[in-house]
Design a protein around this ligand. Structure first.
Ligand SMILES: Cc1ncc(COP(=O)(O)O)c(C=O)c1O
Length: 404
């Protein structure tokens, strides 16, 4: 197995030295947001102290440097997922990226969008909203192994304008076979969007191999700052989108009688953008690339397996994730008889940060898992076996004391 040097990596993350309730922080809420290395934190400070100016618009030196920084960040992100720079549209987050497609794709009455029961609200609500316009929304079901029920997939993809699916579930950790889903969607004449918010931070993602028309992800879940996200839009597919927001820098020529729009990506980046965020995301991409996404994936899969093996001995704990043949990074659970918020509160008392509630995937948790919520531990490259040991010990004590 390829190993990464976790002890060295941890030194780059100042927050991991924090004490929470007199315990060293164990940060297991990485699916919500990742921590940031000092390379990103210091880089953003450097940007404001040395480069800050509104890019593209002005010709003075600072503006030119800011433009260069923004363009460099776009190139880095493009290289990271094997895209062309023109195919990278900067947004605020995965949510905005998906909404952009839902607003900019001319879907009309009678069109169908196919999504799944496994989605985060970000990849559900933008489509359900279109029902008001007469757009039909179908859902692929999730089976008892946390996998998409592909038996009806072919039938469901007939006459569909857009197929949209999460790559990795933020509740069950299931890794969907997106290459196959995209291939089938294209064979059936449909566009395909991948919500890669939970995959791109953790594994190598190649847009050319996957072949999707659109891919959405967030910078803050992959060591980057808040407020910067990406919509990859394949060159040909970009043409199917009409302008979303209008305003500065997304036009070539404005006469009151006639507007000539810019090409993508500028066409979809109206107004002053989050330059500092893009710069920080570029640094995050540098950091991840240096370690290697294959190494990160191997390490995290091994750590996930370690956690599941240790969890087998726990009494009074129900686990809702990890049943799929292919999964990683997520452990969703409840202590029987305790609400997930109470479990998370008790773990926090020991310095362990986990998420609780619906994880913005209420239909999956309520309708499929039949739970009023779940607690979730989610891992990243700086987590260790020692942290997993402590987590399992503390969870075991809570389950023994309060579980039934
Ligand atoms: C699968 C998935 N998609 C989309 C999102 C939305 O990400 P953001 O809130 O950064 O837009 C999340 C966030 O947790 C997620 O897990």
């Amino acid at each position: 197995m390829v190993m990464i040097n976790v002890e060295e990596i941890r030194k780059d993350f100042p927050i991991l030295n924090r004490e929470i309730n007199n315990n060293r922080l164990i940060y297991f809420d990485n699916a919500a947001t990742s921590q940031k290395p000092k390379q990103v934190i210091d880089g953003i400070k450097y940007f404001y102290e040395n480069i800050n100016a509104n890019p593209i618009r002005s010709i003075h030196t600072l503006a030119a440097e800011s433009t260069q920084a923004y363009n460099d960040a776009r190139e880095k992100v493009a290289r990271f997922i094997n895209a062309e720079p023109e195919e990278i549209i900067f947004t605020r987050n995965a949510t905005e990226s998906i909404n952009l497609v839902s607003f900019a794709l001319p879907l009309k009455q009678g069109d169908t969008v196919l999504t799944t029961y496994m989605e985060h609200h970000s990849n559900l609500l933008p489509w359900l909203r279109l029902k008001d316009r007469g757009v039909k929304v179908d859902l692929v079901n999730v089976d008892e192994n946390d996998e998409l029920d592909m038996s009806r997939y072919d039938e469901l993809t007939k006459d569909v304008r857009l197929v949209t699916v999460t790559h990795v579930s933020n509740v069950t950790g299931t890794i969907n076979d997106v290459d196959k889903i995209v291939r089938r969607a294209h064979e059936n004449g449909s566009l395909a969007l991948i919500d890669a918010a939970q995959s791109i931070p953790h594994m190598k993602f190649d847009v050319k191999k996957t072949g999707a028309d659109f891919v959405a992800f967030s910078g803050h879940k992959m060591l980057g700052p808040f407020g910067i996200g990406v919509l990859y839009a394949r060159k040909d597919a970009e043409k199917s989108l009409s302008p979303f927001l209008t305003g500065g820098e997304m036009i070539k020529d404005v006469k009151l009688s006639r507007i000539v729009y810019e090409n993508a990506p500028a066409l979809f980046e109206a107004g002053t953008q989050n330059i500092e965020g893009a710069y920080g995301l570029g640094l995050a991409v540098d950091y991840l690339s240096k370690i290697g996404m294959e190494n990160i994936e191997t390490y995290e899969k091994d750590l996930t397996q370690y956690l599941y093996n240790k969890a087998k001995g726990l009494k009074n704990v129900e686990v809702y994730s990890g049943k799929s043949r292919n999964f990683m990074g997520i452990f969703s659970f409840n202590v029987k008889g305790l609400h997930s918020h109470d479990t998370a509160y008790l773990l926090d008392k020991k310095g362990i940060a986990v998420r609780s509630g619906f994880h913005c995937a209420q239909p999956l948790i309520e309708d499929k898992l039949k739970q009023p919520g779940a607690a979730r531990a989610s891992l990243y490259l700086y987590n260790t076996r020692e942290e997993v040991d402590k987590f399992i010990d503390e969870l075991g004590s809570i389950a023994e004391k309060y579980g039934r």
